[in-house]
Structure formats: C-alpha cells, structure tokens
Design a protein around this ligand. Structure first.
Ligand SMILES: O=C(O)CCC(=O)C(=O)O
Ligand SMILES: [Fe+2]
Length: 264
C-alpha cells in the first residue's frame, strides 16, 4: 500500500486501472462459465447488463406427437420436387436443401398453419413478447434438409430476432451448436474478419443440442453465434423452420438483401 502511495499520480491511476481490469476480467470469466453451465439444463439463461435474466433457448421434447411427425413428413415427401439445393455462395451461405415460405403457403398449408397456430404462441410465451413473422414471406418459414455430411449452416447470428426449429427427422446425428451469449457478444466482432474461415469459432466452448423428431427448439438466434452441423454422410435431418421478429419491428432493407444474397 505504501508503495502504491509513493507512486506519482498518473502511475497510481494506471496501476489501479490495470488491477480493476484484471478483477473485472475474472468476474466476466466466472460469469461466462456459469452461463455455459446453465446451458446444459436445457434452458440457457444469461444475465443482461441490468442483472435481469434472459432466456436464450429452450428445447421442448415431443412438441409434435409421432403421428403428426409422420403426417408432416408425408406431406413434404409428396412435394419433394420443390426442394432446391443452396449453392453456399462461395462458402459464405448455408448448404442444404430448402423449400421456401412462398412454396409452403402455396403447397404445404398445414405447415404454415402449424407455425401460426402453435409455434408462434409458444415462442411468445417463452420470450414474453408479442411477435410477428419475418416480413419477407419467402424467408418467414422454410423446410430445410441436411442430407449429406457437407450440408451445414456455418457459424452465424440470425438477422431476425427469434427462430423456431421443429425437427421431423434426424438420422445423421445433426446438431445445433450454440456459443454462450457473453462470448457471442465478443466474437461477433470477429465474424466478418473471419468470414472465410468460420471453423475458427469451433475452438470456443459451445453447447450441442441434438433434437429428436417432434422436438421444438426456440432460440434467440440474433443474440448467439450458432450453427447447424451434420455428423454422418448417410441419413438426413429435416426441419420446419419459422422466423420471428418483435411485433412492430420494421424490416431492415440492408440485412434483408444480405440474407437474400447468402441464403436462397
Ligand atoms: O440447423 C440448425 O440446427 C440451425 C439452423 C439455423 O441456424 C438457421 O436456420 O438459422
Ligand atoms: Fe440461425
């Protein structure tokens, strides 16, 4: 203490500042670990700056019963000519087979109705907020199928606030992987500099969510880096995906253009 007292004013300031940063980093680190631990119980919480708790995701097992899973699979099978393969845009966009929201509303109406009547209310309950489907009908819902090992949705944050993934099939051990919100807040600044090599984000701790047929995964996809990955060459993972924004949110023309360019 006497040594600190003997230092000239500006050096004392620097030393105290340095010590404060060190202690602060320790607290942040501990907080982060706690968040990652929290992920494992199925609902991941994070403390926002205000100290309040914010839900990041919830997986609801058996949201659809097996008969409904088979019914939706049958409907999709009958319309499988609609699937198009995304190009992945030089490694920047996702790689999978997709049926877009316009096609769903035209040819797979029960899937659109499921989103409106059951999935959106469930998301509103979890996130405690009125929601609206993404303004772009084409991207407000989709069916996406990962059918080979190279099919994946690289590390990203969603342009829309929330996403709901209903799993119909998962026979290739596909996973949704999620980085904690605290780390994501920091890593988002690296997302664009490292856009060509998204694999680097896999060195950070993440949570793997393996959804089974009938499960609903609700996620605050704009707040966390996440990806979809396929573990096996054979088999398929087929999802019904619904995308939401907070009610009344105006679409961002810029982000919409980027999403349209990268995705499908
Ligand atoms: O495939 C997954 O599990 C994640 C998909 C995803 O992140 C998305 O559709 O935005
Ligand atoms: Fe996503």
């Amino acid at each position: 203490m006497a040594i600190i007292g003997a230092l000239p004013g500006h050096q004392r300031f620097l030393l105290v500042n340095w010590a404060q940063n060190l202690i602060g980093a320790g607290i942040r680190h501990r907080r982060l670990e706690r968040e990652i631990l929290h992920v494992s119980d199925g609902v991941l919480h994070t403390r926002g700056d205000s100290g309040s708790t914010m839900v990041i995701y919830e997986r609801i097992s058996g949201f659809l019963d097996p008969a409904d899973v088979e019914r939706f699979c049958g409907l999709i099978q009958d319309q499988s000519d609609l699937f198009t393969e995304t190009k992945g845009k030089a490694g920047l966009g996702p790689k999978y087979r997709v049926i877009n929201g316009n096609q769903i509303r035209e040819r797979l109406l029960p899937i659109a109705e499921l989103g409106e009547n059951r999935v959106m209310p469930e998301a509103e309950r979890l996130f405690e907020q009125r929601l609206q489907f993404l303004r772009s009908p084409r991207r407000s819902m989709r069916i996406q199928r990962y059918a080979q090992k190279t099919h994946e949705f690289r590390w990203h944050r969603d342009a829309h606030d929330y996403v709901a993934l209903v799993t119909l099939r998962n026979t290739n051990r596909g996973e949704t992987q999620v980085i904690s919100p605290a780390l994501s807040r920091f890593l988002k600044y690296l997302l664009y500099p490292f856009y060509a090599v998204p694999q680097v984000f896999s060195i950070f701790p993440y949570e793997s969510i393996v959804s089974e047929p009938g499960d609903l995964l609700l996620m605050r996809g704009s707040a966390v880096l996440h990806r979809g990955i396929t573990m096996m060459e054979d088999g398929e993972r087929t999802l019904m995906v619904y995308t939401f924004d907070a009610h009344g949110k105006k679409p961002s023309v810029f982000r919409d253009r980027i999403a349209r360019f990268l995705n499908y």
